[in-house]
Design a protein around this ligand. Structure first.
Ligand SMILES: [Zn+2]
Length: 125
């Protein structure tokens, strides 16, 4: 009888469990993104000829500031995708900056974390 049956007390870093978590998150983010796309028109759908480049840049920046949530979603999708890639490459659970192991408690709270708390806090600001 094979011993590969997933059990309830599998470790947080069990690749199958993590992959299911990450893929579930990706689906959730995709759903959130599509609901956002309905509310806010995609950049580039508006007619832009006849305007100076400066106006266009200012407008784009303004649009980005207003749709910050969409940007955050995109960033999350990137992080989850990166975590999946690390899982695939067998480096999941180690910080991509310093190479040290990411504590299990952090992975439990943030399964797509690709950096340890130290490196993450250095990254911000
Ligand atoms: Zn680190």
């Amino acid at each position: 009888m094979p011993e590969t049956t997933p059990s309830a007390d599998a470790p947080t870093t069990d690749p199958k469990r993590v992959e299911a978590l990450l893929r579930g998150k990706l689906r959730q983010l995709a759903a959130e993104e599509s609901s956002l796309a309905v509310a806010a028109p995609e950049p580039g759908t508006q007619v832009q000829y006849g305007k100076r480049a400066g106006d266009h840049v200012a407008e784009a920046a303004d649009r980005m500031a207003r749709s910050r949530t969409a940007g955050e979603l995109e960033k999350l999708v990137d992080e989850v995708t990166a975590a999946l890639a690390k899982l695939d490459g067998g480096t999941y659970g180690s910080c991509e900056q310093c190479g040290r192991g990411i504590p299990e408690g952090r992975l439990e709270a943030l399964p797509w974390a690709t950096r340890c708390v130290d490196c993450q806090s250095k990254q911000r600001h």
